[in-house]
Ligand binder design. Structure first.
Ligand SMILES: Cc1ncc(COP(=O)(O)O)c(C=O)c1O
Length: 371
């Protein structure tokens, strides 16, 4: 990561939004309004009820019907994950995670030394729901299953409707909480949009939301949608960690959301990221050697590349940074070190010209390595 931070290196490694698309002016105005109207925005404070109501309206756009008494405000999705882990895990609890998953989730659970049950997933269809069912039936009281229904990190894949329905039914039948991370659900590039699993199950699916990818990561504001009886234990955990999410950012965000600008802003992000996704696909078609496979994601900011057996993306990373001045994240980072022949490429952060150049460099490096 330090190598990839070198400005000379074209980095497709992190899931950063395009900074040109941050709504800087609208935030400046919202910030001035928040500071002008409420001196308490600079005080310690209770969660902003107005923001909770606005998040319910935002969730309705995703097809989720929920009330403010189910919204728990967090300092981002990452904190949401930590809080749910703190609530649901004891030492050695059984946790179901996909064979390729978001490393931030692994960081959130590993302090509990969990008993990890690995669920297979495929590049084209994602999580194998039959394997979830077998695990729910076999393992006594799993603490949770972690999923990313749309724009999976790192695979980019989104689950079909049938899988969503079955997951909702399984959670209910076996009483296993599903923690559904929807960091990329609002970034959708197709006409057909499917609601998250939470839309079909409001007791056993705990939804993890974030403004990081649709507005700005530095706000550090996210939310959980959970049953009301979890509010109090979550508040106790959160207070011990950070007292409260910044009142200032909560109120600034509430002022911004009040303008009604968010849906159009998300729409413009989707247009821009769709163009970048397509540019990456075209560049991959031109540059990748035979034997490398990828699919066009309908959501999110990542394309996953399956490399032929025996090609070790981790071993190639140093060479990529040193010689080709390009960076990606290797499969090892998402698989607890088990998988080597894959890489994740981000398409949201670089410009279209940089994406084309970065992919050409990766293709050249792979052709050389596989010759
Ligand atoms: C799947 C997933 N969940 C959560 C996060 C973190 O979100 P936040 O910045 O809201 O903590 C990320 C960031 O890349 C992510 O990819």
């Amino acid at each position: 990561l330090a190598g990839a931070a070198d400005p000379e290196v074209l980095s497709l490694s992190l899931g950063l939004p395009d900074p040109e698309l941050f709504p800087v002016d609208a935030f400046a105005e919202a910030s001035a309004r928040a500071l002008g109207r409420h001196r308490n925005v600079l005080q310690y404070g209770l969660p902003c009820e107005r923001l909770k109501r606005q998040i319910c309206a935002h969730m309705a756009q995703r097809g989720v019907d929920c009330s403010p008494d189910r919204i728990f405000l967090t300092g981002g999705a990452q904190q949401g994950m930590h809080l749910l882990a703190g609530l649901l895990l004891d030492r050695r609890s059984a946790v179901l995670e996909e064979e390729l998953t978001y490393p931030g989730f692994q960081q959130a659970i590993d302090r509990y030394d969990p008993d990890i049950i690995t669920i297979p997933c495929t590049t084209r269809e994602g999580l194998v729901v039959e394997a979830v069912e077998r695990a729910f039936a076999r393992v006594p009281r799993p603490a949770l299953l972690y999923i990313m229904t749309d724009g999976h990190n790192p695979l980019g894949v989104s689950l079909d409707l049938e899988k969503r329905r079955r997951l909702a039914l399984l959670a209910r039948e076996y009483h296993v909480p599903i923690c559904e991370d929807d960091a990329y659900g609002f970034l959708c590039y197709e006409e057909a949009r499917l609601p998250p699993v939470r839309a079909a199950e409001d007791e056993w699916v705990y939804y993890i939301g974030s403004f990081a990818k649709v507005l700005a990561p530095s706000l550090r504001v996210g939310w959980l949608v959970v049953p009301p009886d979890l509010m109090r234990p979550l508040s106790v955990l959160k207070e011990a960690w950070d007292i409260n999410t910044s009142s200032y950012t909560q109120w600034m965000l509430a002022e911004y959301l009040d303008t009604g600008a968010l849906p159009a802003h998300i729409q413009s992000l989707c247009v821009a990221y769709r163009a970048k996704r397509d540019a990456m696909h075209a560049a991959l078609c031109a540059a990748m050697p035979p034997g490398c496979r990828w699919t066009l994601p309908s959501n999110g900011v990542f394309v996953w590349i399956d490399l032929p057996d025996g090609v070790d993306a981790s071993a190639l990373l140093n060479e990529a940074i040193q010689r080709e001045r390009v960076a990606f994240l290797p499969a090892e980072a998402f698989s607890r070190g088990r998988r080597r022949n894959g890489m994740r490429l981000n398409f949201s952060h670089c410009t279209i010209a940089e994406i084309a150049e970065a992919v050409a460099r990766i293709g050249r490096m792979l052709r050389f390595a596989m010759a």
